[in-house]
Design a protein around this ligand. Structure first.
Ligand SMILES: Nc1ncnc2c1ncn2[C@@H]1O[C@H](COP(=O)(O)OP(=O)(O)OP(=O)(O)O)[C@@H](O)[C@H]1O
Length: 281
Protein backbone atom coordinates (compact mmCIF):
# COMPACT_ATOMS: atom_id res chain seq x y z
CA UNK A 1 0.00 0.00 0.00
CA UNK A 2 1.33 3.46 -0.89
CA UNK A 3 1.59 5.81 2.07
CA UNK A 4 -0.97 8.63 1.77
CA UNK A 5 0.82 11.23 3.86
CA UNK A 6 4.41 11.14 5.03
CA UNK A 7 5.63 13.87 7.37
CA UNK A 8 9.40 13.79 8.00
CA UNK A 9 11.42 15.83 10.49
CA UNK A 10 8.94 18.67 10.19
CA UNK A 11 9.78 21.99 11.73
CA UNK A 12 7.43 24.94 12.07
CA UNK A 13 8.67 28.24 13.43
CA UNK A 14 6.26 31.13 13.97
CA UNK A 15 7.83 34.54 13.42
CA UNK A 16 8.00 36.66 16.54
CA UNK A 17 5.41 39.44 16.58
CA UNK A 18 6.15 42.94 17.84
CA UNK A 19 9.43 44.58 18.82
CA UNK A 20 11.95 42.21 20.43
CA UNK A 21 9.67 39.14 20.18
CA UNK A 22 11.63 36.00 19.34
CA UNK A 23 10.48 33.45 16.74
CA UNK A 24 8.82 30.42 18.33
CA UNK A 25 9.55 26.89 17.17
CA UNK A 26 6.25 25.03 17.58
CA UNK A 27 7.28 21.78 15.83
CA UNK A 28 10.76 20.37 16.38
CA UNK A 29 11.33 17.53 13.93
CA UNK A 30 7.97 15.75 13.78
CA UNK A 31 7.64 12.53 11.77
CA UNK A 32 4.33 10.77 11.17
CA UNK A 33 2.70 8.79 8.37
CA UNK A 34 -0.91 8.14 7.47
CA UNK A 35 -2.01 5.24 5.30
CA UNK A 36 -5.08 5.32 3.02
CA UNK A 37 -8.29 4.71 4.98
CA UNK A 38 -6.54 4.98 8.33
CA UNK A 39 -7.25 7.13 11.38
CA UNK A 40 -4.21 8.45 13.20
CA UNK A 41 -5.11 10.06 16.51
CA UNK A 42 -2.98 12.95 17.72
CA UNK A 43 -3.13 13.65 21.45
CA UNK A 44 -1.28 16.01 23.74
CA UNK A 45 -1.99 18.82 26.12
CA UNK A 46 -2.86 22.35 25.09
CA UNK A 47 0.05 24.08 23.35
CA UNK A 48 1.90 20.85 22.46
CA UNK A 49 1.63 21.58 18.72
CA UNK A 50 -1.27 19.41 17.53
CA UNK A 51 -3.11 22.17 15.67
CA UNK A 52 0.16 23.44 14.23
CA UNK A 53 0.83 20.02 12.69
CA UNK A 54 -2.71 19.93 11.24
CA UNK A 55 -2.28 23.45 9.87
CA UNK A 56 1.10 22.60 8.34
CA UNK A 57 -0.51 19.69 6.48
CA UNK A 58 -3.20 22.11 5.23
CA UNK A 59 -0.56 24.61 4.12
CA UNK A 60 -1.51 27.10 6.83
CA UNK A 61 1.61 27.12 9.03
CA UNK A 62 5.15 28.38 8.30
CA UNK A 63 7.14 25.22 7.51
CA UNK A 64 10.82 25.94 8.20
CA UNK A 65 12.30 22.45 7.83
CA UNK A 66 11.63 18.83 6.93
CA UNK A 67 9.05 17.58 4.45
CA UNK A 68 5.37 16.74 3.98
CA UNK A 69 4.76 14.27 1.17
CA UNK A 70 1.25 13.57 -0.10
CA UNK A 71 1.50 10.49 -2.31
CA UNK A 72 4.52 11.27 -4.46
CA UNK A 73 4.29 15.08 -4.14
CA UNK A 74 6.08 17.38 -1.73
CA UNK A 75 3.35 19.68 -0.35
CA UNK A 76 5.09 21.39 2.56
CA UNK A 77 6.00 24.46 0.54
CA UNK A 78 3.41 24.69 -2.25
CA UNK A 79 2.24 27.95 -3.81
CA UNK A 80 -1.27 29.14 -2.88
CA UNK A 81 -2.59 28.14 -6.27
CA UNK A 82 -1.18 24.61 -6.13
CA UNK A 83 -2.63 24.36 -2.63
CA UNK A 84 -6.11 25.26 -3.88
CA UNK A 85 -5.91 22.40 -6.35
CA UNK A 86 -5.06 20.07 -3.49
CA UNK A 87 -8.21 21.07 -1.59
CA UNK A 88 -10.13 18.29 -3.30
CA UNK A 89 -7.70 15.82 -1.72
CA UNK A 90 -7.16 17.19 1.80
CA UNK A 91 -9.97 18.76 3.80
CA UNK A 92 -10.55 19.93 7.35
CA UNK A 93 -13.22 19.85 10.05
CA UNK A 94 -12.68 22.42 12.81
CA UNK A 95 -13.69 22.37 16.44
CA UNK A 96 -16.31 25.05 16.45
CA UNK A 97 -19.43 24.27 14.42
CA UNK A 98 -20.77 27.75 15.27
CA UNK A 99 -18.04 29.84 13.64
CA UNK A 100 -16.93 27.50 10.85
CA UNK A 101 -20.13 27.84 8.78
CA UNK A 102 -21.08 31.07 7.01
CA UNK A 103 -24.24 32.21 8.88
CA UNK A 104 -25.61 34.08 5.84
CA UNK A 105 -25.59 31.06 3.53
CA UNK A 106 -28.13 28.23 3.41
CA UNK A 107 -26.87 24.71 3.95
CA UNK A 108 -27.48 24.06 0.25
CA UNK A 109 -25.25 27.01 -0.70
CA UNK A 110 -22.55 25.99 1.78
CA UNK A 111 -22.42 22.45 0.41
CA UNK A 112 -22.74 23.28 -3.29
CA UNK A 113 -20.14 26.08 -3.30
CA UNK A 114 -17.04 23.84 -3.50
CA UNK A 115 -18.78 21.57 -6.02
CA UNK A 116 -19.85 24.28 -8.48
CA UNK A 117 -16.45 25.97 -8.10
CA UNK A 118 -15.05 22.82 -9.78
CA UNK A 119 -17.27 23.41 -12.83
CA UNK A 120 -20.06 20.94 -11.96
CA UNK A 121 -23.47 22.17 -13.26
CA UNK A 122 -26.17 23.30 -10.80
CA UNK A 123 -28.45 20.31 -11.30
CA UNK A 124 -25.70 17.77 -10.69
CA UNK A 125 -24.43 19.81 -7.74
CA UNK A 126 -27.93 19.74 -6.19
CA UNK A 127 -28.13 15.99 -6.44
CA UNK A 128 -24.64 15.72 -4.90
CA UNK A 129 -25.75 17.99 -2.03
CA UNK A 130 -28.78 15.73 -1.36
CA UNK A 131 -26.43 12.76 -1.32
CA UNK A 132 -24.09 14.53 1.14
CA UNK A 133 -26.99 15.36 3.48
CA UNK A 134 -28.02 11.74 3.36
CA UNK A 135 -24.45 10.61 4.16
CA UNK A 136 -24.43 12.68 7.36
CA UNK A 137 -28.01 11.76 8.31
CA UNK A 138 -29.57 15.20 7.82
CA UNK A 139 -33.05 15.58 6.27
CA UNK A 140 -33.36 16.72 2.62
CA UNK A 141 -35.14 19.96 3.65
CA UNK A 142 -31.93 21.07 5.45
CA UNK A 143 -30.89 22.40 2.05
CA UNK A 144 -33.01 25.57 2.38
CA UNK A 145 -32.21 26.31 6.01
CA UNK A 146 -29.54 28.46 7.68
CA UNK A 147 -26.87 27.08 10.05
CA UNK A 148 -28.43 28.86 13.06
CA UNK A 149 -31.53 26.67 12.72
CA UNK A 150 -29.46 23.60 13.68
CA UNK A 151 -28.05 22.23 16.95
CA UNK A 152 -24.27 22.00 17.54
CA UNK A 153 -24.20 18.32 16.57
CA UNK A 154 -26.21 18.97 13.39
CA UNK A 155 -23.93 21.87 12.47
CA UNK A 156 -20.92 19.62 12.86
CA UNK A 157 -22.66 17.16 10.49
CA UNK A 158 -23.00 20.04 7.99
CA UNK A 159 -19.27 20.81 8.39
CA UNK A 160 -18.47 17.12 7.82
CA UNK A 161 -20.68 17.08 4.71
CA UNK A 162 -18.85 20.15 3.40
CA UNK A 163 -15.49 18.45 4.00
CA UNK A 164 -16.75 15.41 2.06
CA UNK A 165 -18.11 17.44 -0.86
CA UNK A 166 -15.02 16.98 -3.05
CA UNK A 167 -14.43 13.36 -2.00
CA UNK A 168 -11.10 13.99 -0.24
CA UNK A 169 -8.69 11.20 0.66
CA UNK A 170 -7.62 12.83 3.93
CA UNK A 171 -9.49 14.97 6.46
CA UNK A 172 -7.70 16.83 9.24
CA UNK A 173 -10.18 16.76 12.13
CA UNK A 174 -9.13 19.36 14.72
CA UNK A 175 -10.99 18.69 17.97
CA UNK A 176 -14.17 18.06 15.95
CA UNK A 177 -16.30 16.92 18.89
CA UNK A 178 -14.88 19.00 21.77
CA UNK A 179 -17.65 21.59 21.57
CA UNK A 180 -20.41 18.96 21.73
CA UNK A 181 -22.12 17.32 24.70
CA UNK A 182 -21.21 13.70 25.46
CA UNK A 183 -24.10 11.88 23.77
CA UNK A 184 -23.79 14.06 20.67
CA UNK A 185 -20.02 13.41 20.66
CA UNK A 186 -20.63 9.66 20.54
CA UNK A 187 -23.03 9.95 17.59
CA UNK A 188 -20.71 12.24 15.62
CA UNK A 189 -17.72 9.95 16.29
CA UNK A 190 -19.72 6.98 15.00
CA UNK A 191 -20.57 9.03 11.92
CA UNK A 192 -16.84 9.62 11.27
CA UNK A 193 -16.24 5.87 11.51
CA UNK A 194 -19.21 5.00 9.24
CA UNK A 195 -18.06 7.50 6.61
CA UNK A 196 -14.57 6.05 6.67
CA UNK A 197 -15.88 2.51 6.23
CA UNK A 198 -17.97 3.64 3.27
CA UNK A 199 -15.53 5.98 1.50
CA UNK A 200 -12.05 4.88 2.61
CA UNK A 201 -11.13 8.43 3.68
CA UNK A 202 -8.21 8.77 6.13
CA UNK A 203 -8.29 11.04 9.19
CA UNK A 204 -5.70 12.87 11.21
CA UNK A 205 -7.81 13.09 14.33
CA UNK A 206 -6.62 15.77 16.75
CA UNK A 207 -8.00 15.72 20.29
CA UNK A 208 -6.95 16.35 23.85
CA UNK A 209 -9.47 13.70 24.91
CA UNK A 210 -7.98 10.22 25.12
CA UNK A 211 -11.32 8.43 25.24
CA UNK A 212 -12.31 10.10 21.97
CA UNK A 213 -9.01 9.25 20.31
CA UNK A 214 -9.14 5.67 21.55
CA UNK A 215 -12.63 5.27 20.07
CA UNK A 216 -11.77 6.34 16.53
CA UNK A 217 -8.04 5.72 15.95
CA UNK A 218 -6.13 2.84 14.43
CA UNK A 219 -2.85 4.39 15.54
CA UNK A 220 -2.11 7.10 18.08
CA UNK A 221 0.72 9.64 18.28
CA UNK A 222 1.42 11.63 21.43
CA UNK A 223 2.78 15.19 21.23
CA UNK A 224 4.68 17.02 23.89
CA UNK A 225 6.40 20.40 23.48
CA UNK A 226 6.45 20.22 19.67
CA UNK A 227 7.68 16.64 19.45
CA UNK A 228 6.07 13.24 19.04
CA UNK A 229 7.18 11.33 22.11
CA UNK A 230 5.32 8.08 21.47
CA UNK A 231 3.33 6.52 18.65
CA UNK A 232 1.95 3.13 17.73
CA UNK A 233 -1.06 0.92 17.67
CA UNK A 234 -4.04 2.65 19.30
CA UNK A 235 -4.71 -0.07 21.87
CA UNK A 236 -1.05 -0.38 22.77
CA UNK A 237 -0.44 3.34 23.29
CA UNK A 238 -3.68 3.86 25.20
CA UNK A 239 -3.55 0.67 27.31
CA UNK A 240 0.22 0.36 27.88
CA UNK A 241 1.82 3.77 27.33
CA UNK A 242 5.60 3.61 27.49
CA UNK A 243 6.65 7.23 27.63
CA UNK A 244 6.27 8.89 31.05
CA UNK A 245 4.46 11.84 29.45
CA UNK A 246 1.86 9.55 27.87
CA UNK A 247 1.33 7.86 31.23
CA UNK A 248 0.89 11.30 32.67
CA UNK A 249 -1.70 12.25 30.08
CA UNK A 250 -3.71 9.16 30.94
CA UNK A 251 -3.56 10.03 34.58
CA UNK A 252 -4.90 13.48 33.82
CA UNK A 253 -8.05 11.92 32.34
CA UNK A 254 -10.71 12.12 35.06
CA UNK A 255 -11.88 8.91 36.77
CA UNK A 256 -15.20 8.66 38.63
CA UNK A 257 -13.76 7.38 41.94
CA UNK A 258 -12.41 10.29 44.12
CA UNK A 259 -9.99 8.00 46.03
CA UNK A 260 -8.48 6.77 42.76
CA UNK A 261 -8.34 10.34 41.50
CA UNK A 262 -6.37 11.40 44.61
CA UNK A 263 -3.94 8.52 44.15
CA UNK A 264 -3.50 9.54 40.53
CA UNK A 265 -2.57 13.06 41.61
CA UNK A 266 0.34 11.71 43.66
CA UNK A 267 1.45 9.39 40.84
CA UNK A 268 1.14 12.28 38.41
CA UNK A 269 3.51 14.35 40.48
CA UNK A 270 6.22 11.65 40.27
CA UNK A 271 5.63 11.06 36.58
CA UNK A 272 5.78 14.76 35.84
CA UNK A 273 9.32 14.86 37.11
CA UNK A 274 10.43 11.80 35.15
CA UNK A 275 8.63 13.03 31.98
CA UNK A 276 10.51 16.33 32.12
CA UNK A 277 13.77 14.34 32.42
CA UNK A 278 12.86 11.98 29.55
CA UNK A 279 12.02 14.80 27.14
CA UNK A 280 15.21 16.70 27.96
CA UNK A 281 17.30 13.52 27.50
N1 LIG B 1 0.30 32.02 14.89
C1 LIG B 1 1.09 31.75 15.93
N2 LIG B 1 2.12 32.58 16.26
C2 LIG B 1 2.93 32.30 17.29
N3 LIG B 1 2.83 31.21 18.08
C3 LIG B 1 1.82 30.35 17.82
C4 LIG B 1 0.89 30.58 16.73
N4 LIG B 1 0.00 29.55 16.71
C5 LIG B 1 0.35 28.72 17.74
N5 LIG B 1 1.44 29.21 18.39
C6 LIG B 1 2.11 28.58 19.54
O1 LIG B 1 2.55 27.29 19.13
C7 LIG B 1 2.39 26.36 20.20
C8 LIG B 1 1.56 25.19 19.71
O2 LIG B 1 0.24 25.64 19.51
P1 LIG B 1 -0.89 24.67 18.93
O3 LIG B 1 -2.14 25.48 18.77
O4 LIG B 1 -0.37 23.96 17.75
O5 LIG B 1 -1.06 23.64 20.15
P2 LIG B 1 -2.21 22.58 20.42
O6 LIG B 1 -1.55 21.35 20.93
O7 LIG B 1 -3.07 22.43 19.23
O8 LIG B 1 -3.01 23.29 21.58
P3 LIG B 1 -4.60 23.47 21.78
O9 LIG B 1 -5.09 22.08 22.14
O10 LIG B 1 -4.71 24.45 22.89
O11 LIG B 1 -5.15 23.97 20.48
C9 LIG B 1 1.75 27.12 21.36
O12 LIG B 1 2.78 27.50 22.25
C10 LIG B 1 1.15 28.33 20.69
O13 LIG B 1 1.12 29.45 21.57
Amino acid sequence: MTTLLDVRDLEVTYPGKGVGKKPFQALKGVSLDIQPGETVGLVGESGSGKTTLGRAILGLAPVTGGSIRYGDREIGTLSRRARRELSSEIQVVFQDPYSSLNPAMTVGQILSEPITARGVDTKQAKSRVQDLLDQVNLPPDAINRLPREFSGGQRQRIAIARALALEPRLIVCDEPVSALDLSTQARVLDLFIEIQERTGVAYLFISHDLAVVRHVSHRVAVMYHGEIVESGDGDQVTARPEHPYTQLLFMAAPVPDPARQALRRVERHHLLESAAGAVKA
